[in-house]
Write a protein that binds this ligand. Sequence first.
Ligand code: FAD
Ligand code: SF4
Length: 501
Amino acid sequence: MPDPNGFLRYDRRLPARRPVPVRISDWREVYPPAGEELIREQATRCMDCGIPFCHDGCPLGNRIPDWNDLVRTGNWDAAVESLHATNNFPEFTGRLCPAPCEAACVLGLGGQQPVTIKQVEVEIADAAVARDGLRPRPASTPTGRSVAVVGSGPAGLAAAQQLARAGHTVTVYERDDAIGGLLRYGIPDFKLEKQHIDKRLAQLTAEGVRFRNGVHVGVDVTAEQMRAEHDAVLLACGALQGRDTPETPGRELRGVHQAMSHLVAANRVVAAAGDGRPALAALPDGTPIDAAGKHVVIIGGGDTAADCLGVAHRQGAAGVHQLDLYPQPPTERDAARDPWPTWPWLLRNYPAHEEGGERVFAVAVQEFVDDGTGQVRAVRIAEVTVEKVDGRRIVTPLPGSEREIPADLVLLAIGFEGTEEQPLLAQFGVTRNGRGAVDARGDWQAADGVFVAGDMHRGASLIVWAIAEGRAAAAAIHTYLGGVGELPAPVDPARQPLAAR
Ligand SMILES: Cc1cc2nc3c(=O)[nH]c(=O)nc-3n(C[C@H](O)[C@H](O)[C@H](O)COP(=O)(O)OP(=O)(O)OC[C@H]3O[C@@H](n4cnc5c(N)ncnc54)[C@H](O)[C@@H]3O)c2cc1C
Ligand code: SF4
């Protein structure tokens, strides 16, 4: 029986982050392990609600009150089982998820701070590794059916694990040199050390999943060949088409980049240093990857921008400005706009913000300013108002508000425009919709025998959604192949996050 008064006895507490001067001198994760005492105390704050809204906040349907109580009572083995029943990779979501479950926690209704669900999750996930090193669970009986998964991000990997455990022969194709999708080279090590991916990959390999990295499907191997070799194909190619700003004067200058090209290159340097490989020193246009001594301007306010900020600090930037088009959000939920249990619009302070840099809200870049040699030396910004008219965004500069910010390196982190246009799409007979995503029918098929999941289907989203869609698409493929029984399908293709109507 859970402790109904736990939240009255204990305040919400998270483990202390590593001190800023220490952590920006390396690339290791920001949070140290929490320690059993703190985690059991925090799990005690869960009331085990009759209607646990945290469930609805999480697209995976994680059994949050169950594992909170198992942790409270020190029953770690059962907590590990319960968590893995709904989530293939809690070590990723526990570290990286923005935790819509916490925004939906019932404690938030009464003015209390939500349960630290995500922290409990990551401690259970790490306990799983410590206990049995992620014991493989290979299928006992092979089905003789074969599935190709294209893309090795969290959606592709979750689907691959579900299908392999159901007895299908699964091959994951990845065009990059390493498996993991955005987890591998998109997200920096200070948020997710890559050892966590490698441990999972060892488990998947032992469960029979085959990995073919360095294979660009649609280029190195055709859709026709894939269809001939496999009984079903899952496309999980992500939404990696970065939004650009070609109309802004000076966009062509040296030193102005898509955030992802800089971030991926910088993360590759860290990966190479870890295993002794040589790494690129510059991007293909000659711009150095290292921000050391540079004035960096990051344009955008999301995860990608915050990751660029943390990278710039660790590289020793002279100064960093992060520019956001929108006004500064409130620090507390605006209940009229975003009532509980929906995801609130709030000022989100990532650990990278604690490390330095200046955030400038409600501004838009008018020009990237040339130093006379074709290299950017500043950005000229103006204060703006933003309004939506007939669904269109109207940005209006305030006359006389223009000023310059020094800039040697400008990173565009202004969002994604869906999955990339690439040969694979036409070869498989699928098309991008108006949002740049690929639509799926109710059974996750985008064309006969071709399934789609993750960001490629949803548009740029979150890891938790990618895993949920990967699991659901795997369930649909299992049925399509005539597999025995049913696999869990936490979401359908039309499912959206909780929102006020
Ligand atoms: C910088 C950054 C930081 C982020 N931080 C967070 C965070 O903290 N928390 C969070 O929840 N989400 C975060 N996200 C979002 C999250 O990473 C994505 O939602 C998630 O990775 C999507 O998973 P996916 O499997 O659909 O695709 P991806 O992870 O994008 O993987 C797709 C893979 O498909 C491969 N591919 C594409 N085409 C082909 C082809 N033709 N042949 C072979 N392979 C192909 C690509 O190389 C890629 O590896 C972040 C995103 C970015 C860009
Ligand atoms: S909503 Fe919060 S308090 Fe209620 S069961 Fe979920 S985590 Fe526990």
